[in-house]
Design a protein around this ligand. Structure first.
Ligand code: MN3
Length: 201
């Protein structure tokens, strides 16, 4: 089974002006494609070639660094495209209740995730994940994620924000906090809610 690049479910310019079309095109067609290609190359002819991404993540410490970096890259970006949208959605249902119960408000959660992303030195991700039925915020370096056995904070990711420079540099240059402010305009909360429901059931 070889891994494939998922098609973007919206146009490259759908997230304008918050995330520009050129960034989306390069990010999806070049960066994500490279993670997929390099993952397939790293797995070719090994007994991990038939494993799902989730299976790889759960035992990532037993694989080569190329599997960790590119498998993480493939998983993380597949999730990232899914939780972005211009549909103007807001948290609803069980997710909305859990956000209020855990963080006090949506604004408090956004602040916490933005801070986690802004203070991640170098490249990485800011995460909202579920563990033991509870929401939690964390960040990881490089292409690591909370599914990995090496993660400091483990859980099932429901929302991930890419804070690599390639995610924002064309429009925001060195101003990562501005990107982290703008991205809240284009979160697909319906998709995050569906991931939350699946993670807690
Ligand atoms: Mn990226």
């Amino acid at each position: 089974m070889s891994h494939t690049l998922p098609a973007l479910q919206y146009a490259f310019d759908a997230l304008e002006p918050h995330i520009d079309a050129q960034t989306m095109q390069i990010h999806h067609d070049k960066h994500h494609q490279a993670y997929v290609d390099n993952l397939n190359k790293a797995l070719e002819g090994t007994d991990a070639a038939d494993k799902s991404l989730e299976e790889l993540m759960a035992n990532i410490s037993s694989y080569a660094p190329a599997v960790r970096n590119n498998g993480g890259g493939h998983y993380n970006h597949s999730l990232f495209w899914e939780v972005l949208s211009n549909n103007g959605s807001k948290p609803s249902g069980a997710l909305a209740q859990a956000i209020t119960d855990t963080f006090g408000s949506l604004e408090a959660l956004q602040e916490k995730m933005s801070t986690a992303g802004a203070t991640r030195f170098g490249s990485g991700w800011s995460w909202l994940s579920v563990a033991g039925g509870k929401l939690q915020v964390s960040s990881t370096a490089n292409q690591d994620n909370p599914l990995m056995d090496v993660a400091e904070v483990k859980g099932t990711p429901v929302l991930g924000i890419d804070v690599w420079e390639h995610a924002y540099y064309l429009k925001y240059q060195n101003k990562r906090p501005d990107y982290l402010k703008a991205i809240w305009n284009v979160i697909n909360w319906d998709a995050v809610g569906a991931r939350y429901d699946a993670a807690v059931k």
